[in-house]
Design a protein around this ligand. Structure first.
Ligand SMILES: NC(=O)c1ccc[n+]([C@@H]2O[C@H](COP(=O)([O-])OP(=O)(O)OC[C@H]3O[C@@H](n4cnc5c(N)ncnc54)[C@H](O)[C@@H]3O)[C@@H](O)[C@H]2O)c1
Length: 260
C-alpha cells in the first residue's frame, strides 16, 4: 500500500530537479500526478516514463492565471479530482540589492511568490471539493534567514512562508493542510549554474554544512511526501527546514565530518 493511494497531486516545476523527484516519489507511493512546467520536452518525457495511469504533463507557466485554470481543468479531466498541490517552481538570480534591476526583482517575485499565490487560489477550491487535502509550498533556507547576493530571491521566499501560514489558517476549515519546505543547498541545476566548477561547490558545502555535503533532491521529496501524506495529519502552517544543519547556527569547529 502506498502512502498516497487514491490521491491526485499537481506538482509545478516537475520537469527536473526537486519537482521531478517529488513527482517520481508521489507516483511510486500511489498518487496520480500532474507534472506542470514550462520545460515541455523533459516534462513530457518524464510523464511518459511514469506511465499514463500515473502521470500526465501539462504546460503551466505559474505566473499566468489563465494557465492555472487550464491546468486544473486538465487535471480533473484526466484524473477526476485534485487533492494535492506542490508549489515547487522557482527561479534564482544572483545580484546584490543595489545592482538588482527592477525587472529582475519583479521576475523573481512573479514566479516564486505570485506563482505560489496563484496556485493556492486556483487549486484550493478543488481540494476542498474533493473533501480536503494538502498544499506544500517550496520556500527556502533563505525564506527564514538572509543571504547576501540573493535579495530578491530571499524576499520572495520569506513571502512564501507568510503565504503558507495565512493559507493554513484560512483553509483549515476546508480540510486543507498547508506547509512549506525550506531546502538548504540542494544538488540541482539551480545550485550548479553554468561556469561554476562543481568541485569548488562541493568543497564549499563540505565546509559550510554541518552534515558536510550538499543535499539531494530526493531528500526534499521525502519531506514533501511526509507533508502530503496522512503521516503529517496534525501538521499545518509550518515551514520545515531540510538543510543538513546549515541554519542551526555557526560553528567554530570544522563543519565537515572528520576524515581522520
Ligand atoms: N536547489 C537549491 O539549492 C534550492 C534551495 C532552496 C530552495 N529551492 C527551491 O526549490 C524549488 C525547485 O528548485 P530546483 O532546485 O529543483 O531547481 P531547478 O531549476 O532544477 O527546477 C526548477 C523548475 O521550475 C521550473 N520553472 C521555472 N519557472 C517556471 C514557471 N514560470 N512556471 C513553471 N515552472 C517554472 C523550471 O523549468 C524547472 O523545471 C524552487 O522553488 C527553488 O527556489 C532550491
Amino acid at each position: 500500500m502506498g502512502k498516497l493511494d487514491g490521491r491526485v497531486a499537481i506538482v509545478t516545476g516537475a520537469a527536473r530537479g526537486q519537482g521531478e523527484q517529488e513527482a517520481r516519489l508521489f507516483a511510486a507511493e500511489g498518487a496520480r500526478v500532474v507534472l506542470a512546467d514550462v520545460l515541455d520536452g523533459p516534462g513530457e518525457a518524464l510523464a511518459k516514463e511514469l506511465g499514463e495511469e500515473r502521470a500526465a504533463y501539462v504546460h503551466l507557466d505559474v505566473t499566468r492565471e489563465e494557465e492555472w485554470a487550464a491546468a486544473v481543468a486538465f487535471a480533473k479531466e484526466r484524473f477526476g479530482k485534485v487533492d494535492g498541490l506542490v508549489n515547487n517552481a522557482g527561479i534564482l538570480r544572483f545580484n546584490e540589492l543595489l545592482a538588482t534591476p527592477l525587472e529582475e526583482f519583479r521576475a523573481i517575485v512573479s514566479v516564486n511568490q505570485t506563482g505560489c499565490f496563484l496556485g493556492i487560489r486556483a487549486v484550493a477550491p478543488e481540494i476542498a471539493a474533493a473533501g480536503g487535502g494538502t498544499i506544500v509550498n517550496t520556500a527556502s533556507y533563505t525564506g527564514l534567514t538572509g543571504m547576501a547576493g540573493v535579495g530578491a530571491y530571499a524576499a520572495s521566499k520569506h513571502a512564501v512562508v507568510g503565504l503558507t501560514r495565512v493559507a493554513a489558517l484560512e483553509l483549515a476549515p476546508k480540510g486543507i493542510r498547508v506547509n512549506a519546505v525550506c531546502p538548504g543547498a540542494i544538488d540541482t541545476a539551480m545550485s550548479n549554474p553554468e561556469g561554476v566548477d562543481p568541485a569548488a561547490t562541493g568543497e564549499l558545502y563540505r565546509r559550510l554544512v554541518p552534515l558536510g555535503r550538499i543535499g539531494r533532491p530526493e531528500e526534499v521529496a521525502a519531506l514533501a511526501l511526509f507533508l502530503t501524506s496522512d503521516d503529517s495529519s496534525y501538521v499545518t502552517g509550518q515551514p520545515f527546514v531540510v538543510d543538513g544543519g546549515w541554519l542551526a547556527g555557526a560553528s567554530l569547529f570544522r563543519a565537515a565530518p572528520d576524515e581522520s
